[in-house]
Design a protein. Structure first.
Length: 587
């Protein structure tokens, strides 16, 4: 988690809350958030892997000087990982820190589109007709620190050794047949007056050509689903690596996207809660704990006395697949049916299930009536169901109603809604006896039906007027339609069911270090847990303040008094408490 959060601090975004929605970010914050995500990938980049070309559009907009310094350090991390950077920028601190500068101009619009000069910051500062060079000279005169040539290897020799990105005769938009070389594995700034062609060079030529070549590398089947990019108006481009454009706008994420999901920190957070979280009963607010098989049998005998029930062992819980082999296994064990998504299907004539739909499959272990006469049969069936269900058994009640409905109907398919209860030997509330499923990462996802609040579908907003049909509720798709409804109706009222936390009660009842996952998302990325105070510090609130109440302690804290109260080692305990008595009773 610390490693995943570090890039946010590296780009100066430690003040953001992890659960802050992406659409509420400014353009500069969104750009730096994407940069943080790429820093995580850069840290995991294997040695020898080909680097990328990153394109940034004025990333210092709205930043303080300290944040600019953090941004430059983040750029150097990308360079150290073997990537190349092209940054459109006017900030003189960024320009002075660059390895290579391409100055476009000399003016904007029709008067621009040419290369005024290209070289190191010291070379550009010495150019007589460059607006950027004149600004650099004035800036270094004000600072009193003249530009010097970097002690690192000059970019020109690096280009000769490893090649460069070469653009020949570019004529896109207002560019006037220019040719330019951009060094690889270096920090390059494209600058110039407004309208001089900076964005055209970086995005309409470099990025567009990189994307076009990537699409051409796909097979014919994949290309039919994407729109082909037009070739930019340029004679030739050589040495271009895979490109990544990071502009000043929010990403493709919708209203459900947050800082944590966009940087993929939320994936680690969900896994952390699955492995280290403590489940609580959402009704009783007590930690769940294991229960014995005997306790489950006693509860069945008590709650279902005289009823006909079915004992089911869950084999598959909300997973995709055909499960033909599972049906063969059940048939080999002597079971004629499996219950698939609430429907009993024969294992001998197993139908072809939908591969891309989630299925829940249970094994019908027993069909019996609960009474004292067949208690031994009930216990044997319960033991078998718990064995196949890995400690979980489902109880289907009201089978008499199902049999009566089947006898009175001539249809091949009979639908009767029957009550279902779940019992677990691993996770059960000691207060109310309710059992819980094993935590799954999907339980903590507000983009999944397994974890989202059923009242707001993970948006955190009150959706009374939103037309959200049953099919969309089941699949969780068409989120862009939900976003459109919310935006059109201007929904801004917090969901009363989850109080804007987006998750269901079971997910919010899992805690780690005393907090739910929603409470951790509400914290800032740079915040830390304060260490718990030692027990001896519990006397601190007792110290009286001027004008406040005083604590009255009757008599001195002697060892004999502590001994009468059952304290261990009363003599040493009295010696430790004596300074506190002096504070509570001055003089």
């Amino acid at each position: 988690m610390k490693q995943a959060l570090k890039p946010l601090a590296d780009v100066g975004l430690e003040y953001l809350r992890l659960g802050q929605p992406v659409p509420t970010l400014s353009g500069g914050e969104a750009q730096r958030l994407k940069l943080a995500g790429h820093l995580v990938e850069a840290a995991a980049k294997p040695k020898g892997a080909r680097g990328l070309l990153f394109l940034f559009d004025e990333p210092t907009t709205g930043l303080h000087f300290d944040d600019v310094a953090k941004l430059l350090r983040a750029f150097r991390q990308l360079i150290a990982a073997g990537h190349s950077l092209v940054v459109i920028e006017h900030n003189l601190d960024v320009i002075r820190a660059a390895d290579w500068i391409v100055d476009l101009g000399p003016e904007g619009g029709d008067a621009g589109g040419t290369i005024v000069c290209a070289g190191t910051p010291a070379e550009v500062a010495g150019h007589p007709s460059s607006h950027t060079g004149r600004a650099l000279r004035e800036y270094e005169a004000a600072l009193g620190t003249p530009l010097t040539r970097s002690l690192r290897e000059p970019p020109s020799s690096r280009m000769r050794g490893e090649g460069a990105i070469e653009i020949h005769n570019a004529r896109e938009h207002n560019l006037k047949n220019i040719s330019v070389a951009i060094p690889r594995n270096r920090f390059t700034v494209v600058t110039g007056v407004s309208g001089s062609g900076k964005s055209t060079l970086a995005f309409d030529i470099l990025f567009a050509e990189g994307q076009r070549r990537y699409l051409e590398s796909l097979n014919a089947y994949a290309r039919q689903f994407v729109q082909g990019a037009a070739r930019p108006d340029v004679d030739a481009i050589f040495g271009i690596p895979p490109t990544v454009a990071i502009e000043q706008r929010t990403s493709r994420g919708g209203r459900k996207s947050t800082v944590a999901t966009l940087t993929e920190i939320y994936h680690f957070l969900r896994l952390l809660y699955v492995k280290l979280g403590t489940q609580y009963c959402p009704d009783c607010n007590v930690p769940i704990e294991p229960q014995s098989e005997e306790a489950i049998a006693a509860r069945l005998l008590r709650d279902y006395k005289g009823d006909r029930i079915g004992l089911l062992a869950p084999l598959v819980v909300n997973r995709k697949g055909y499960y033909t082999d599972l049906a063969k296994w059940a048939r080999g064990k002597g079971f004629g049916f499996l219950r698939v998504d609430g429907e009993f299907l024969p294992t001998g004539r197993w139908p072809r299930l939908s591969r891309f739909q989630e299925h829940s499959i249970e094994l019908p272990v027993a069909d019996l009536r609960v009474d004292a006469g067949n208690e031994s049969e009930l216990r044997r069936a319960l033991s078998l169901a718990l064995e196949h269900g890995k400690g979980v058994v489902q109880v289907l009640a009201g089978l008499d109603r199902l049999e009566a409905a089947a006898a009175s109907s001539r249809a091949e398919r009979v639908e009767v809604e029957l009550p279902m209860s779940v019992f677990s030997t691993k996770r059960s509330c000691p207060s109310c006896g309710r059992s819980f499923a094993e935590p799954d990462p999907r339980l903590f996802s507000f983009n999944s039906k397994h974890g989202w609040c059923t009242a707001c579908y993970g948006t955190g907003l009150k959706l009374d007027e939103v037309d959200w049909d049953e099919e969309r509720r089941k699949t969780g798709t068409e989120d862009h339609v939900l976003d459109s409804w919310i935006e059109w109706l201007e929904v801004d009222e917090v969901c009363p069911a989850c109080e804007g936390k987006r998750l269901n009660r079971e997910a919010l009842a899992v805690r780690w270090r005393g907090r739910s996952i929603a409470e951790h998302q509400a914290r800032r990325a740079g915040s830390r847990d304060r260490p718990r105070p030692r027990r001896r510090a519990a006397l601190a609130p007792c110290i009286s303040r001027r004008g406040g109440p005083r604590l009255s302690v009757p008599g001195p804290l002697r060892a004999d008094a502590l001994r009468r109260r059952g304290a261990k080692d009363p003599a040493r305990r009295a010696a430790r408490l004596e300074p506190a008595r002096g504070v509570l009773h001055p003089g």
